[in-house]
Structure formats: structure tokens, C-alpha cells
Design a protein around this ligand. Structure first.
Ligand SMILES: Nc1ncnc2c1ncn2[C@@H]1O[C@H](COP(=O)(O)OP(=O)(O)OP(=O)(O)O)[C@@H](O)[C@H]1O
Length: 343
């Protein structure tokens, strides 16, 4: 449904040029949700804006719904864009129009008869749960409600593709979850293909089937969400996965932490489990095998796409030899082991 073939985008400045996208190729099959994740400046916005040609690629092809957009005339492109919805981080609503009028806007541009507009807008208001707000102005809505209006507006023309440009980045976690649930619902109900860009792995985890990692304008990793979570190939993918987990050392531990072992103190160890690691029951195994006690200080284990992964901070008590052997045992089971210090 969406295909980018060797897309490169270079921005020329007075004395220099920036290559925002470098030979990017990707495919999003119909009805699937692909998340592109990357750090600030990696090229995410440029990538998504190339899909509807808000940015014209310097080279390469953009094919949406079987149509090569890079070959179209301005009027043909305007027509093709009606089937490509887009939602933005800052909603981009028209402040002088009510919720109803915002959603009606694309239908008016399409010369839809008034009665049909009314029916369609009411249907969309119901879909996004905003029937009560039809006559409100955007200024009187919460961020989540504004994004619901933007989603309804973009669905008005029955797009086949929805592009989401950091659509939940301005929202709190609970509102983010509800907007992501709405997007998933829309994807399943209408079989709409979704390409979203984000800097948060939690967004990918919540709704994407596949994920691609972008860095310096290049796609450096791509796979099903469960595969990338199980076997992240790149350090960057791993960092994004870890950043979606929170297992912090309590202040009380931090204050007591020393860099060197004294013979009497115990190591505080960070264990990172990925899909290829053994289960967390490995702690009791190691306890039995090496006569160590593992005190769990903080932990977050999670499941994505049937894969279990997570972080644990543990304090290990035992003889120095046994402690060392238990840590080596974890490493042999594909758990990343890092000694943070000693308490
Ligand atoms: N219109 C432009 N003119 C010149 N340079 C640009 C333009 N748009 C983007 N760039 C540059 O291209 C690179 C990629 O920018 P882009 O906005 O696509 O990144 P991003 O991953 O979306 O970042 P962020 O998450 O911070 O929005 C950056 O180096 C940026 O400075």
C-alpha cells in the first residue's frame, strides 16, 4: 500500500547541504501498521512528509495505493492526497471553526452535498466519541479531544492510508493510550494502512505490527515488533527498547553505592533480559546452583508480540567466587549483566 524505493532527500542551504534521507526503501502492506522510530534529527518527519510529497524526494520513488506519486501532475497529486490522511503532533485544527466544521472541512472542499456532510460528520463524531462537543471550538478542548477531532477530520474522505507524525507526543500517557487504541480500532475496522513516526518505543509496542529504526537518514533495522524486541540487531534499537523500561535504583541505594568491592559488601547488578534470554526464573536457578541470594531491588518485565523482556536490578549476596559464577551463568543465558557498584 505504501512503498518507498531508494528515496533520498537533500536540503540545500546557502553554503551547505543536509541529507535528511539517504536511499530509504520500505514497504507497508495494506492493513498493517509500521512504526518508524528514531532520535531527534534522524529524518523521521522528512520521511513521513515524503510519503504524501509534502517534501519532494530529491531522488527515488513513492508509490501509494499503486500510484507513483513522484510522476503525478499537481492536480493528480492533489487528488491522490485525498486518500492519504495525516495527523500531526500539534493537531493543526482551524481555530475559527467548531469541531463539526473542522471535520466537515475536507468534505466541503470535495463539494459534498450539505446533507451528506451532516451525516458523515455525525458518524465520525460518534466514532471518535465526541458527539457532545460538535459545537465547541478547538480552544475549549483537551489535547486528546483535539487529536480525536483531527483523526475524524482526516477520516472524512475515507483515506486508505493514514500518516501519523508524532501524533501522541504532546499528550499525557493515559491520553496517549486512548488515542493509540482509537488508531488501532480504525486500522482494524477500516483496514487502513498506518505509517507512524515516533521517538517512543511505547508507541511502537502499543500498536505497530512492524518497526523500522532510522538513524542519520538511513533505515538501519527493520522487522516485526516481536523480532526486533527479541533480537535487536543494532545498539540503537536496543537503546530504544531499554528506554521504554523503567527500573531505577532507589536513592537510598545510590547513596550507599561504592565503586569497589570491600570483601563485605555485595554487588548491585543490572540484568537486561531480551527475547533470547532465559526466563526470569533463572534467578532461583542461579540461587540453587551457586548458593547466592538475589535480592530484587527494582524490576520491570514486559511482553511484546509474545516476547518477554525487561530489566532487573538485584543485590547479590554470596562468596565472591559464587557471585562471580552466578553472573557468568546469566551471561551464558544471553542476559546482559552490568555491575553498577557495591553496597
Ligand atoms: N526544510 C529543511 N531545510 C533544511 N534542513 C532540514 C529541513 N527539514 C529538515 N532538515 C534537516 O534534516 C534532518 C532531518 O530532520 P527531520 O525533521 O526529518 O528529523 P526528525 O527525526 O523528524 O527530528 P525531530 O524528532 O526532532 O522532529 C535534520 O538535520 C534537519 O535539520
Amino acid at each position: 500500500m505504501i512503498e518507498l524505493k531508494n528515496v533520498t532527500k537533500t536540503f540545500k542551504k546557502k553554503n551547505s547541504q543536509v541529507t535528511a534521507l539517504s536511499n530509504v526503501s520500505l514497504v507497508v502492506p495494506q492493513g498493517r501498521i509500521l512504526g518508524v522510530i528514531g532520535a531527534s534529527g534522524a529524518g523521521k518527519s522528512t520521511l513521513i512528509r515524503c510519503v504524501n510529497l509534502l517534501e519532494k524526494p530529491t531522488s527515488g520513488q513513492v508509490i501509494v495505493n499503486g500510484q507513483n506519486l513522484t510522476n503525478l501532475s499537481a492536480s493528480e497529486l492533489a487528488k491522490a492526497r485525498r486518500h492519504i490522511g495525516m495527523i500531526f503532533q500539534h493537531f493543526n485544527l482551524l481555530s475559527s471553526r467548531t469541531v463539526f466544521e473542522n471535520i466537515a472541512f475536507p468534505l466541503e472542499l470535495d463539494n459534498t452535498p450539505k446533507a451528506a456532510i451532516k451525516d458523515r460528520v455525525n458518524e465520525l463524531l460518534k466514532l471518535v466519541g465526541l458527539e457532545e462537543k460538535a459545537n465547541e471550538y478547538p480552544a475549549n478542548l483537551s489535547g486528546g479531544q483535539k487529536q480525536r477531532v483531527a483523526i475524524a477530520r482526516t477520516l472524512a474522505n475515507n483515506p486508505k492510508v493514514l500518516l501519523c507524525d508524532e501524533a501522541t507526543s504532546a499528550l499525557d500517557p493515559a491520553t496517549t493510550r486512548s488515542i493509540l487504541a482509537l488508531l488501532k480500532d480504525i486500522n482494524q475496522r477500516f483496514n487502513i494502512t498506518i505509517l507512524l513516526i515516533t521517538h517512543e518505543m511505547n508507541v511502537v509496542k502499543a500498536i505497530c505490527n512492524e518497526v523500522a529504526v532510522i538513524s542519520d537518514g538511513r533505515l538501519i533495522e527493520r522487522g516485526s515488533v516481536s523480532d526486533v524486541f527479541s533480537y535487536p540487531d543494532t545498539v540503537l534499537a536496543k537503546q530504544f527498547i531499554t528506554s521504554s523500561l523503567h527500573a531505577a535504583l532507589p536513592v537510598e541505594y545510590e547513596e550507599r553505592l561504592t565503586a569497589e568491592p570491600s570483601g563485605k559488601n555485595h554487588p548491585v547488578v543490572k540484568l537486561e533480559f531480551s527475547g533470547r534470554s532465559a526466563e526470569a526464573t533463572i534467578l532461583s536457578e542461579a540461587s540453587r546452583l551457586f548458593e547466592v541470594d538475589n535480592n530484587i531491588i527494582s524490576a520491570q518485565m514486559d511482553y511484546t508480540g509474545g516476547v518477554k523482556y525487561g530489566i532487573m536490578l538485584i543485590e547479590v549476596s554470596g562468596t565472591p567466587g559464587n557471585t562471580k559464577n552466578s553472573l557468568a551463568y546469566y551471561s551464558s543465558k544471553h542476559i546482559d549483566v552490568e555491575v553498577l557498584g557495591y553496597v
